[in-house]
Design a protein around this ligand. Sequence first.
Ligand SMILES: NC(=O)N[C@@H](CC(=O)O)C(=O)O
Ligand SMILES: [Zn+2]
Ligand SMILES: [Zn+2]
Length: 426
Amino acid sequence: MSKLLLKNGVVINPVKQTKKKEDILIEDNKIVKLGSNLKSETAQVIDIAGKIITPGLVDMHVHLREPGFEYKETIKTGTKAAAKGGFTTVAAMPNTNPVIDKESLVKSVLATAKKEGVVNVCQLGAITKESKGTELAEIGRMKQAGVVGISDDGNSIMNAEVMRLALKYAKDFNLPVISHCEDDNLAGEGVVHEGYYSTITGLNPIPASAEDVMVARDIYLAKETNSKVHIAHISTKGSVKLVRQAKERGVKVTCEVTPHHFTLTDAEITSFATATKVNPPLRSQEDVEAIKEGLQDGTIDVIATDHAPHAIEEKDVEYDYAPFGISGLETALGLVLTELVKPGVLSLEEAIAKVTIQPAQILGLNKGRLEVGEVADLTVIDLEDQWQVNPTKFLSKGQNTPFAGYKLQGKTVMTIVDGEVVYSIN
Ligand SMILES: NC(=O)N[C@@H](CC(=O)O)C(=O)O
Ligand SMILES: [Zn+2]
Ligand SMILES: [Zn+2]
């Protein structure tokens, strides 16, 4: 029986919103004791004095690219990056090749994840066949095979009747529908946010309304069908307001924001660096401020990376031709701590809830709690560690980050999955 005793850490409990010094005793894969001055003759003792310890972080939106795009990322490299980022559970989007839209594919990708994954991998299934937006995928059978939600992320479902049907089916199977809200016609050939900076760069614009109208539509459909809808990567002031008002009316809507959307504005695009090209696009200062308010008042439930790794040669082209996406797993925690917790936008406990219990609850996962009896998925964090982002040191194959050279404060020092140390800084 393997035993591990973590001594002198400060435990963050995001459910109770508390923070206190406690030792943690792990036996096999479970937390068996929490308390002060715990002792064990047989356990391996690790002193984590001065560090904080949280339930293992949960990222409900990643692209692991396997099968089909292994040159961008694999389950192995993506989950190694996740562990380094402090994540013990990730939910993988189905926009692979083939798109994960049927039972057999869910089974096969979950089998690979079990074998290759360094952290827990949950799979999301497509809403429509090949995520083409026209015909529903095998939702019930994919649920039986283990998907924790459905999404056509990367693509929008332009046909509202298809979306309405999906919401109805998903409710019967108790699956959240994760919506990539983008009106294809409004977005057109756009590559950046429409505003001052699209005008001065001459880059093709995507108006904020491309997101807003779809968020409004999905809220109406969720209300009508009494189903749950989760808005992926929310980015505009307008959609934050829509979600806030819908929640007040009792609509079952939740949403997530990415670290790049609460940190950066569209001013970044003046560099023409394709690392700033992402969907939805980096928005205006006003949008970023609205996002922060949404995080504060609970309108925004979750922080998710939307880790979207791409190969260097794919991004090393003109702005119009580069693929959308940012490799986010290894900078997320540092950005949350530096951009939100340090300036007091969120308390540490609030921020941790948005990367643990909140996403776990939306996906119906038994994760995100740090209690006796729970599986020992834990993240040890040094809040003082100052470091500089260096993408060439990423464990992800995707070095596509707009944060290269950024100085961040706060870092994962150890990640424990199922009672085993899967990442340690030393
Ligand atoms: N976010 C992105 O810019 N890209 C994602 C797709 C998506 O999340 O919509 C990808 O799969 O590369
Ligand atoms: Zn998306
Ligand atoms: Zn995505």
